[in-house]
Write a new protein. Sequence first.
Length: 129
Amino acid sequence: MTSTRYPASCAATARRLHEAGWSLARIADLIYREHGVRPARSTVGVWVQPRDAAYRRRVNARFRQRRGTWSFRLQGREHTPEFRAGFARALRAEGVPVPSIVKASRVVFATAMDEREVRRAIAEEAVPA
Protein backbone atom coordinates (compact mmCIF):
# COMPACT_ATOMS: atom_id res chain seq x y z
CA MET A 1 0.00 0.00 0.00
CA THR A 2 1.60 3.26 -1.10
CA SER A 3 0.82 6.63 0.31
CA THR A 4 0.57 9.81 -1.75
CA ARG A 5 1.36 13.08 -0.03
CA TYR A 6 -0.98 15.90 -0.91
CA PRO A 7 -0.39 19.60 -0.25
CA ALA A 8 -2.33 20.95 2.72
CA SER A 9 -4.06 23.29 0.30
CA CYS A 10 -5.79 20.25 -1.25
CA ALA A 11 -7.44 19.35 2.05
CA ALA A 12 -8.36 22.98 2.71
CA THR A 13 -9.93 23.27 -0.74
CA ALA A 14 -11.81 20.02 -0.21
CA ARG A 15 -13.24 21.20 3.13
CA ARG A 16 -14.34 24.51 1.66
CA LEU A 17 -16.03 22.85 -1.32
CA HIS A 18 -17.70 20.19 0.84
CA GLU A 19 -19.19 22.89 3.06
CA ALA A 20 -20.55 24.49 -0.13
CA GLY A 21 -22.30 21.20 -0.98
CA TRP A 22 -19.96 19.67 -3.55
CA SER A 23 -19.83 15.89 -3.91
CA LEU A 24 -16.64 13.98 -3.11
CA ALA A 25 -16.19 12.99 -6.78
CA ARG A 26 -16.52 16.58 -8.00
CA ILE A 27 -14.08 17.75 -5.33
CA ALA A 28 -11.54 15.11 -6.43
CA ASP A 29 -11.93 16.24 -10.06
CA LEU A 30 -11.40 19.89 -9.18
CA ILE A 31 -8.33 19.11 -7.07
CA TYR A 32 -6.93 17.19 -10.04
CA ARG A 33 -7.45 20.17 -12.34
CA GLU A 34 -6.03 22.70 -9.87
CA HIS A 35 -3.22 20.72 -8.22
CA GLY A 36 -2.37 18.00 -10.74
CA VAL A 37 -2.96 15.10 -8.33
CA ARG A 38 -6.13 13.02 -8.27
CA PRO A 39 -7.10 11.90 -4.77
CA ALA A 40 -9.47 9.00 -4.34
CA ARG A 41 -12.98 9.80 -3.16
CA SER A 42 -12.18 8.01 0.09
CA THR A 43 -9.19 10.34 0.61
CA VAL A 44 -11.39 13.38 0.05
CA GLY A 45 -13.86 11.86 2.51
CA VAL A 46 -11.12 11.60 5.13
CA TRP A 47 -10.30 15.27 4.61
CA VAL A 48 -13.87 16.50 4.94
CA GLN A 49 -15.54 14.05 7.32
CA PRO A 50 -13.87 13.38 10.69
CA ARG A 51 -15.87 10.15 11.10
CA ASP A 52 -14.28 8.79 7.88
CA ALA A 53 -10.83 9.79 9.11
CA ALA A 54 -11.31 7.88 12.38
CA TYR A 55 -12.55 4.83 10.45
CA ARG A 56 -9.55 4.91 8.08
CA ARG A 57 -7.15 5.15 11.04
CA ARG A 58 -8.71 2.01 12.56
CA VAL A 59 -8.59 0.13 9.25
CA ASN A 60 -4.98 1.15 8.63
CA ALA A 61 -3.96 0.13 12.15
CA ARG A 62 -5.49 -3.33 11.62
CA PHE A 63 -3.72 -3.61 8.28
CA ARG A 64 -0.35 -2.67 9.80
CA GLN A 65 -0.89 -5.22 12.56
CA ARG A 66 -1.70 -8.00 10.07
CA ARG A 67 1.15 -6.95 7.78
CA GLY A 68 3.57 -7.53 10.65
CA THR A 69 2.38 -11.12 10.83
CA TRP A 70 2.44 -11.54 7.06
CA SER A 71 6.00 -10.27 6.71
CA PHE A 72 7.20 -12.80 9.28
CA ARG A 73 5.74 -15.73 7.39
CA LEU A 74 8.08 -17.48 5.01
CA GLN A 75 7.56 -17.49 1.27
CA GLY A 76 8.34 -20.00 -1.47
CA ARG A 77 10.24 -23.25 -0.94
CA GLU A 78 10.08 -22.93 2.83
CA HIS A 79 6.60 -24.48 2.65
CA THR A 80 7.85 -27.82 1.33
CA PRO A 81 7.38 -30.84 3.60
CA GLU A 82 11.15 -31.31 3.76
CA PHE A 83 11.72 -27.78 5.01
CA ARG A 84 8.93 -28.06 7.58
CA ALA A 85 10.34 -31.38 8.83
CA GLY A 86 13.81 -29.86 9.07
CA PHE A 87 12.36 -26.92 10.98
CA ALA A 88 10.76 -29.31 13.49
CA ARG A 89 13.98 -31.33 13.85
CA ALA A 90 16.09 -28.22 14.35
CA LEU A 91 13.83 -26.94 17.11
CA ARG A 92 13.73 -30.35 18.78
CA ALA A 93 17.54 -30.51 18.65
CA GLU A 94 17.55 -27.24 20.58
CA GLY A 95 15.41 -28.87 23.26
CA VAL A 96 12.07 -27.31 22.31
CA PRO A 97 9.14 -29.54 23.39
CA VAL A 98 6.78 -30.89 20.71
CA PRO A 99 3.74 -28.77 21.73
CA SER A 100 5.88 -25.63 21.43
CA ILE A 101 7.12 -26.71 17.99
CA VAL A 102 3.47 -27.00 16.92
CA LYS A 103 2.81 -23.45 18.18
CA ALA A 104 5.92 -22.10 16.45
CA SER A 105 4.91 -23.71 13.15
CA ARG A 106 1.53 -21.97 13.43
CA VAL A 107 3.34 -18.62 13.47
CA VAL A 108 5.93 -19.37 10.79
CA PHE A 109 3.96 -21.38 8.24
CA ALA A 110 0.64 -20.54 6.61
CA THR A 111 -0.72 -23.90 7.84
CA ALA A 112 0.48 -25.23 11.16
CA MET A 113 2.04 -28.64 11.59
CA ASP A 114 0.03 -30.80 13.95
CA GLU A 115 1.61 -32.83 16.73
CA ARG A 116 1.54 -36.02 14.65
CA GLU A 117 3.49 -34.36 11.82
CA VAL A 118 6.07 -32.99 14.24
CA ARG A 119 6.59 -36.37 15.91
CA ARG A 120 6.91 -38.07 12.51
CA ALA A 121 9.52 -35.53 11.38
CA ILE A 122 11.54 -36.03 14.56
CA ALA A 123 11.30 -39.83 14.26
CA GLU A 124 12.48 -39.76 10.61
CA GLU A 125 15.75 -38.17 11.70
CA ALA A 126 16.39 -40.95 14.19
CA VAL A 127 16.18 -43.63 11.46
CA PRO A 128 19.48 -43.88 9.49
CA ALA A 129 19.02 -43.46 5.75
